[in-house]
Design a protein around this ligand. Sequence first.
Ligand SMILES: Cc1cc2nc3c(=O)[nH]c(=O)nc-3n(C[C@H](O)[C@H](O)[C@H](O)COP(=O)(O)OP(=O)(O)OC[C@H]3O[C@@H](n4cnc5c(N)ncnc54)[C@H](O)[C@@H]3O)c2cc1C
Length: 497
Amino acid sequence: MIAATLFSLLLAAVPIHGAAVSDIQKRTALTDCLTAASVPQNLPGSADFTQAIKPFNLRIPFTPIAVAVPTTVAQVQAAVACGGTNNATISPKSGGHSYASHGLGGENGHFMIDMKMFNSVTVDATTGIASVGPGGRLGNIASSLFSQGQRAFSHGTCPGVGVGGHVVGGGYGYSSHTKGLASDNLVEATVVLANTSVVTASTTQNPDLFWAIRGAGGGGFGIITNYKFQTFAAPSANTVFSYTIFGWNAAKGSQVHKALQDYASSTSMPAEMNLRLFITSSSLQLEGLYYGTPAQFNAAIAPFSSAIGGASWTTQTMGWLDSLHNYAYMSLQQSTTDYDIHETFFSKSLMTVQLTQATFDAFWQYAANTAKGVSRDWYLIIDAHGGPTSAISKVGPDDTSYAHRNATLKYEFYDRVDSGSYPAGGQSFLNGWVASAVTAMAGTTLGMYINYADTSLTADYAHTHYWLDHYPRLQQIKKALDPEQRISNPQAVVPAA
Ligand SMILES: Cc1cc2nc3c(=O)[nH]c(=O)nc-3n(C[C@H](O)[C@H](O)[C@H](O)COP(=O)(O)OP(=O)(O)OC[C@H]3O[C@@H](n4cnc5c(N)ncnc54)[C@H](O)[C@@H]3O)c2cc1C
């Protein structure tokens, strides 16, 4: 981080390549304002600025007009005030893992407030409530919670993901069928609003805001400076399991997919079962985490095994952190301040309730005829998300802004290149796969998940598919809290007229 000096102010006057003069004046005014308010910042042109704006998804880089790196709530307030004075659109960034680079603004010219210095994790030993800074990453947080009384909360699998953006979108992971979304574990948040005031959001204080920040995705309703989660005792018997089918065809894929929908829709799938189907061009891998012993797992999975024509499961029981590490595919310890892991990809999502047989057929015809022929490093994950025993579905459908409580299955389509650029026109592959289901389910709106933000969606389409019938209420709350859209990104909630 560079403290503002006369030299650095002169540096700030160096034009960003391609920036218009008015942008340069605006940037200078903003950096001057931050300097006057003693808000730490990364000045344009500095190595810290370059590092801060490097997106997780290298396919979509954007250049913010300025980058503040506050260390206190008062500095966040001052930064928001500077954004307002200078008519800048603000985007908070925590872990930088937005698939659409929304932490950078999702387009050029936003004012990025980097929350990476807010990364403390403290557990109250009496209540089990953890105070967690939004700039923390999931792996570090899980490790820290475990070291403070073997506590845990429910969250996603990638250890580098920032909790700041993860929770506001929902937050799904290997404990979600048992323990709910990350946002279902949230009991309180501290939020700096667009008008610079600091408020507490909970079921009793600012309940509309609390409703919104549990599913509305990032950037729209204020800048979260602290989360409080009700933790649970980390499970001790964690059975990791898998079974792989090599060399699939359309019929086999359709059979397994339908069996997954049926199993998740029934009470045969116990709450303790967390199951997903991981699809690549060469295999269908069924895998997950069961909270219990291998014998209990084998009994619980039997109806599903039988529906797919038999399965030979590999199981291994391990401790909580080892079970997280098993699916992290990297160390749980990640750099909070200088994270530098990136991929180049395009991603889409779906949330489905009950697909028809015709839809399974169309979906797997596309998989066999088109997806198998795409040589890029793609995958599709289908999670057993909801259903009668899922903790996610036990929360009332309108209790939070997360709009997918009744979705049985959740889909993450991920198409990446291991080196070089993502090809022009490459998006048609996943767009076509999603369209195969959407077309076959004509008349039913298939939801999508803001945490897998899809850059190919128009704002209107994103709003009605990320938030379904919750969108009008979100618009009303946005109108009350941020009518000028001071904090926003291209897919964020737009205030009601
Ligand atoms: C490798 C990888 C694995 C993933 N695995 C999972 C998974 O298992 N389960 C799952 O549900 N999701 C998963 N995701 C998606 C992830 O949850 C979202 O991308 C999430 O938004 C990332 O949060 P972030 O803070 O890292 O990102 P950022 O890009 O920093 O922020 C994302 C959004 O949140 C906003 N935001 C950030 N901080 C704040 C704040 N303090 N206050 C208000 N708004 C804020 C930003 O403005 C932006 O709109 C994964 C993503 C990646 C890249």
